[in-house]
Write a protein that binds this ligand. Sequence first.
Ligand code: B4P
Length: 192
Amino acid sequence: MLNIVLFGPPGAGKGTQSQKLIEKYNLIHLSTGDLLRSEIAAGSELGLKAKSLMDNGLLVPDEVVIGMIANKVREHGNAAGFIFDGFPRTVPQAQSLDKLLQEHGTEISAMLALKVDDEELTNRLLLRGQTSGRPDDQNEELIRKRVQEYNTKTAPVADYYAGQSKFFAVDGIGEINEIFAQLCKHIDSLTQ
Ligand code: B4P
């Protein structure tokens, strides 16, 4: 199986690149952000709990996202592989993912990180906020809070995968197709 963690700060382009990668490599896309937003739209108990945290730029509790991912991995037992988009976002999430995949007889192939500076992130998210209707994209203060959550809780996840020699970084600024080509180059080198 080809199991990729697509990593980067909010607005780095994880969702954008995931869409292209799932088509090319026939992978299942698991975005915890999308899964949480559909729980909110459905008005579920989980969604209600997640909404106030997400609207304030904070991470939702580990056990919530780990449970959602475990269900989805089980549902797609015969997949060619997965793209984990926006997950894991903390070291305990990464440890749980390793354990989960081990139970399914597989493992993470690589973490691919999109590098984008804070100014570009803020501009992209404010621009998306004009059309997305996402409450967490609406103002600069909230976006800064999300980047701060990333720097304190999520950035250490890169070291976790670097420790397993599975970390690769790509410049996330530039043409979407050019960034996609760089990601594919890394993935193709794994399968050769
Ligand atoms: P997510 O839904 O994961 O979203 P994101 O970090 O905002 O965005 P992404 O990086 O996918 O950006 P995109 O491609 O869309 O998280 C939202 C919230 O959910 C979190 O804050 C948290 O509260 C919660 N959450 C999710 N997962 C969690 C977890 N595991 N644990 C705890 N909490 C969790 O790109 C952004 C914009 O940039 C788009 O408008 C796009 O068009 C544009 N763009 C993309 N590439 C570009 C390029 N190369 N040049 C110019 N613009 C580009």
